[in-house]
Write a protein that binds this ligand. Structure first.
Ligand SMILES: Cc1ncc(COP(=O)(O)O)c(C=O)c1O
Length: 416
């Protein structure tokens, strides 16, 4: 079973905690860079391969800048995410704007940045045309509905609010072709935290087949397909990471037998994963405030579900390391909780851990994606700081912790 390791010793972490109090998320820059390089090299056979990091997974501009330096673009779905990408130095076709139910101001910002616009629904064509005019390049999001099995987490495609039907796609590309659009892309996103590499091969095959059909039927040429995000990560110690070589090999084979065979080479291959890129390289560091012994044994932390809501909302497993007790026997059973007034504010339920004492430092693993990003302020809880463990071993504060004044900033107490 691969052990889950923290990239810092207890002593190193204690020094960091002296300067930045817990809780905080810390991201491992070197591991993120190595992971980004691995992804790009795995797909080096593709005419053009590009990963558009899903900003929603970790909307910190310092992380986006690191990924930009590694050759990634960004995938945005809101105005602030577009602005974050701009601040990180991204523009043009390095940004993909995959929104839904989109306000006009968001399309305007995306057009101002010359981002690739990925249209969710056919009714957005006249909406976009009215507010910004149509760009030279347009992409549409496909929802295969009953033609494709649902991924366990995201559910059945036909139940999803996203994307257009197969029939609508033909109409959409015909409409924009007749209105002067010259370049085309095809996108889908139908999986979440999927650990089966073959799922992504099948997704690429589905898009390749559709590209062939639409190209032939409408006499247009596609620049790219985007197979979306959703590549899973091994949250549990007994799980294995997705083998990217299987995805790459399978897609390459399909590319040769479909796209090349139909004279549609070159076609760029895009992905927009988030979780797989930063998820395993983020850690929520938190201290034990209280121990409670009633019908169960509780460990009370200074972090709560406002800092990481996946366990509470999805029942998701996040591994926990008790610093300095890595080799102690896990012979105690605890519920590890936060202080929010919701009984699901638990990072772990009935978890076997070594004996925990007040003051111990706990590290909650795999918080680098959809972790801090999903934070919220319910119950007057404040979001934590984000730190970067840099490649030279130094630690940089890349987002300060929220203060009570931040929480009150939208209130005007003077009129009470
Ligand atoms: C359109 C879109 N692209 C990409 C992603 C990233 O997914 P993941 O972080 O699971 O790779 C999401 C996640 O919700 C999404 O909605």
């Amino acid at each position: 079973m691969p052990a889950k390791k923290v990239p810092l010793s207890k002593a190193q972490l204690e020094k960091i905690i002296e300067k930045y109090s817990t809780p905080f998320h810390i991201y491992d820059e070197e591991a993120i860079r190595n992971n980004a390089r691995k992804l790009i090299s795995t797909f080096s056979w593709a005419p053009v391969f590009r990963e558009f990091f899903a900003v929603k997974a970790n909307p910190n501009p310092y992380i986006l800048k690191i990924l930009k330096e590694e050759g990634f673009g960004t995938d945005c779905s809101s105005l602030p995410e577009l602005i974050l990408s701009e601040k990180a130095g991204l523009s043009g076709e390095n940004i993909m704007f995959s929104s839904n139910d989109t306000p006009a101001r968001e399309y305007k910002k995306a057009r101002q940045l010359d981002a690739i616009i990925n249209i969710d629904d056919i009714s957005h064509i006249p909406f976009l045309e009215k507010h910004t005019g149509l760009p030279e390049l347009l992409c549409f999001r496909y929802n295969p509905g009953p033609l494709r099995d649902g991924n366990a987490i995201i559910g059945k495609p036909e139940e999803a609010k996203y994307g257009s039907t197969r029939e609508q796609l033909f109409e959409a590309y015909r409409t924009v072709r007749d209105r002067g659009v010259k370049r085309f892309g095809l996108h889908t996103m139908i999986a979440s935290n999927e650990l089966d590499p073959h799922y992504f091969v099948d997704t690429a095959k589905m898009l390749f087949d559709l590209v062939i059909e639409i190209s032939k039927s409408l006499d247009i040429r596609f620049d790219f397909i985007n197979i979306g995000g959703g590549v899973g990560i091994p949250y549990k110690p007994e799980q294995e990471p997705v083998d990217l070589n299987i995805i790459s090999y399978g897609i390459r084979k399909a590319y040769d037998t479909t796209i090349r065979a139909h004279g549609l080479h070159p076609l760029s291959l895009y992905m927009e994963t988030g979780r797989m890129i930063t998820g395993p390289f983020g850690y929520l560091v938190t201290s034990v405030l209280h121990k409670k012994d009633t019908y169960k044994k509780y460990i009370g932390l200074d972090a709560c579900m406002a800092n990481l809501m996946r366990p509470a909302v999805y029942g998701a497993y996040h591994h926990i390391t008790v610093m300095g007790k890595e080799d102690d026997p896990p012979d105690h059973i605890y519920d590890v909780t936060g202080s929010l007034c919701e009984n699901n504010d638990k990072f772990a339920i009935d978890r076997k851990l070594p004996e925990i004492d007040i003051g111990d430092t706990l590290v909650i693993h795999d918080t680098g994606a959809h972790g801090h990003a999903m934070g919220f302020n319910y119950n007057g809880k404040l979001r934590s700081a984000e730190l970067l463990l840099k490649t030279d071993g130094e630690v940089e504060l890349i987002r300060r912790a929220e203060t009570v004044d931040d929480y009150f900033t939208t209130l005007d107490f003077s009129r009470l």
